[in-house]
Design a protein around this ligand. Structure first.
Ligand code: MN
Length: 442
């Protein structure tokens, strides 16, 4: 447990704490009172002008709590000298910018307000009517306005698998890989929220039997099972973030699908890395789970050999035990097939090391910046985080429960990532991160 946590904050993590919102106490619910993830929502109930009224909410059980309403009603206080309109905004950035003391204070207040024994909101039917929307009726928006998006490549198993397939099985890991968290600057503009359809990209494809590329629809469309973290406190240009301090700069985590066009990627990636193969879309889950909520699920990261250079060292536990799944459902099928199961704890480089490395040359980061973990592959063939690895470049297609097989993604397929931390009688979940594939433009 982090030493900077107050007793009040520790109490929000107590597995015995229950809510008067019954659905939050279900052992399978992603959003128990111990979670309290932040997002942005709108709803179409009477008098509510839809997305024009997008505002900050917290998921609890099968409901979304409207923080703008709770604040207006005087049940949720912000620091007196802080701007007071941060919950009535269509992105979390202004709230995040208030700083960690404010996030923690809001977390403590909400946990108390939703606790079974607290009557304030529980017994105020009229206010409850205004302050909650059913999750099923809410429209969920991109939770943060994202100034920049960076994607890492920090799973040793994934890097080894891809290196074996694309280059040389004998030298699958390049010598730099075990010395630093390898990454590239992605496109923030094409990050979309879960549920947004994704169009199959067109691009240059280099077929093995032809000298020049052809232009056409991607034939090897893939997912990358990742998590992402949202920067909660930026750093000034020229002022690196120390590895030991890096977690103080992280607001929380989301699930992230880094859609990838493998055929476009293989032709374009030398010498500067991914470009159009990755920039057409990245999907994230709508709820940002705070690092505070993840505190009980800290674990040791895999042993690092060789020992990282000084600037990449930190004491203590900096990995998190997050169970992850990928499900594929073809168009019209009743049943989805779980095609991969793995865990975020396998990641070789921690989020703290990623952020320290990202800024060590002086790069500034900003509130809302999104950092992808890199594809999370585990050690076994059913724990790989991409179809490229699961089918070994379509050599071993996957059998689907609804019939048929898959080498790569077909039009109409819906891919869903899910993730949760298993607690004692409850789970801190991330919800799902879903995208359905539309046919390429002609
Ligand atoms: Mn990726």
């Amino acid at each position: 447990m982090s030493s900077t946590m107050t007793d009040e904050l520790k109490a929000t993590l107590d597995s015995a704490r229950k809510s008067w919102i019954g659905s939050a106490n279900d052992a399978q619910c992603d959003f128990p009172i111990q979670n309290l993830p932040f997002g942005v929502f709108s709803s179409d109930r009477a008098g509510d002008p839809g997305s024009a009224n997008a505002r900050v909410g917290v998921a609890i059980g099968d409901l979304v709590a409207d923080l703008a309403v709770l604040h207006e009603a005087g049940l949720l206080r912000l620091p007196v000298n802080a701007r007071q309109d941060v919950f009535a905004r269509p992105a979390l950035n202004d709230f995040i910018a208030l700083g960690r003391d404010a996030w923690r204070s809001v977390r403590v207040q909400l946990s108390s307000l939703f606790a079974r024994e607290t009557a304030t909101l529980r017994d105020d039917t009229a206010l409850r009517e205004r302050a909650f929307v059913k999750l099923a009726d809410a429209r969920l928006h991109l939770p943060v306005q994202i100034p920049g998006y960076t994607d890492f490549y920090s799973s040793k198993e994934h890097a080894t698998n891809v290196g074996s397939m694309f280059r040389d099985p004998k030298n699958a890991l390049l010598p730099n890989w075990s010395e630093m968290p390898i990454g590239y600057n992605g496109r923030a503009s094409s990050v979309v929220v879960s549920g947004t359809p994704v169009r199959r990209p067109n691009g240059q494809l280099k077929l093995p039997d032809q000298e020049r590329p052809v232009f056409g629809a991607c034939r090897k469309l893939d997912i990358e099972l990742e998590t992402g973290f949202v920067v909660g406190r930026g750093n000034a240009l020229g002022e690196p973030i120390a590895c030991e301090d890096a977690e103080d700069h992280i607001f929380g985590m989301v699930l992230l699908n880094d859609w990838s066009a493998r055929d476009i990627q293989q032709w374009e990636y030398v010498p500067l890395g991914p470009f159009n193969a990755k920039t057409f879309a990245t999907t994230i889950s709508p709820w940002v789970v705070t690092l505070d909520a993840l505190e009980p699920f800290r674990v040791a990261q895999p042993a690092q050999e060789p020992q990282p250079l000084e600037y990449l060292r930190h004491e203590g536990h900096h990995a998190f035990d997050v169970a992850l799944e990928v499900r594929l459902r073809p168009e019209g099928a009743q049943e989805a097939t779980t095609i991969a199961r793995t865990n975020f704890r396998h990641m070789y480089w921690s989020m703290a090391q990623q952020l320290a490395h990202h800024t060590v040359a002086g790069c500034n980061t900003r509130v809302g910046d999104l950092m992808g973990s890199g594809t999370i592959s585990g050690p076994t063939p059913d724990s790989f985080g991409s179809l490229l690895e699961l089918t070994w470049n379509a050599k071993h297609p996957l059998e689907l429960k609804s019939g048929g097989t898959r080498g790569f993604i077909e039009d109409g397929d819906e891919l869903a990532l899910a993730g949760w931390c298993q607690g004692d009688g409850y789970r801190v979940g991330f919800g799902t991160c879903v995208g359905k594939i539309l046919p390429a433009l002609k």
